[in-house]
Design a protein around this ligand. Sequence first.
Ligand SMILES: Nc1nc2c(ncn2[C@@H]2O[C@H](COP(=O)(O)OP(=O)(O)OP(=O)(O)O)[C@@H](O)[C@H]2O)c(=O)[nH]1
Ligand SMILES: [Mg+2]
Length: 272
Amino acid sequence: MNNICGLVSLVGRSNVGKSTLINRILGHKISITSKHRLTTRKQIIGVKTTGNIQIIYLDTPGIIKKDYKKYNQIWINAIKNADCVIFVIDRMYWYFEEQILFKHIKKNNISIILVINKIDWIKNKTSLLPWLTKLYNKLQCAKIIPISAKVGIGIKELESIIISHLPKNNHYFPAKLKTDQNKRILIAELIRENLINKLHSELPYLVDVTLEKIINTNQTIDINALIIVERNSQKHILLGIVKKICIESRIAIENIFHKNIRLKIWVKVKKH
Ligand SMILES: Nc1nc2c(ncn2[C@@H]2O[C@H](COP(=O)(O)OP(=O)(O)OP(=O)(O)O)[C@@H](O)[C@H]2O)c(=O)[nH]1
Ligand SMILES: [Mg+2]
């Protein structure tokens, strides 16, 4: 058998750039990104098939101290089931969350590729050398690679390393499939991305977006969306920016689906 197929889980602290990396590797957006923590809320599958190689990537919610209990089952399972784990860190930051993750991956005895992301923000690249040595000594993982998911540095090298860690296997998904996310979820996520990128404070964690209606014709997608917040005071904040969110989300959705988008958004307070 010449086919290669494997499951690669991306794990890391919230905000280190896991979703930006998965989008970069796949060459299109399947997972939303933002400057706020806990942007990704559930596991997302991205599939890349090139000839006889199929790689199934799992994007996971970031591990953060505060909500550790709430979100940990997703990355714990993602590690357990993986052929190879991409452990993403942000430059030279190593906190409690990294320590927990590292211990966990080691315990499961799975190959780790440690990715040092956001190196575009490091002016003096030689300052990375002592950090690389320290990590090699401390972690002794399969490979450590500095990259920039946003700018696109080190991605090809990373992909070759990933492939070298995958088993010979039949392909699991049809070659055409790119993600497990259906249109409805992706559209709601694109609106949520636009929304959280405009918000400050804790509010991003408290908003949800659902689609009330989606009618898809040859040229147009008609969408009615609902932003759901916890309290009336939050509704007032959102009403001030909903028009802008609507315009910008429409453009983002058009860029992905290449159709005319008619989008209406309402804001509602969640019924408790
Ligand atoms: N400068 C720079 N910024 C980056 C890079 N990669 C990601 N970012 C930014 O870092 C922020 C977080 O990126 P995400 O991809 O949402 O991070 P995440 O790890 O998926 O976060 P969670 O979903 O909350 O776990 C965004 O503002 C990205 O634009 C990079 O290589 N360089
Ligand atoms: Mg994410």
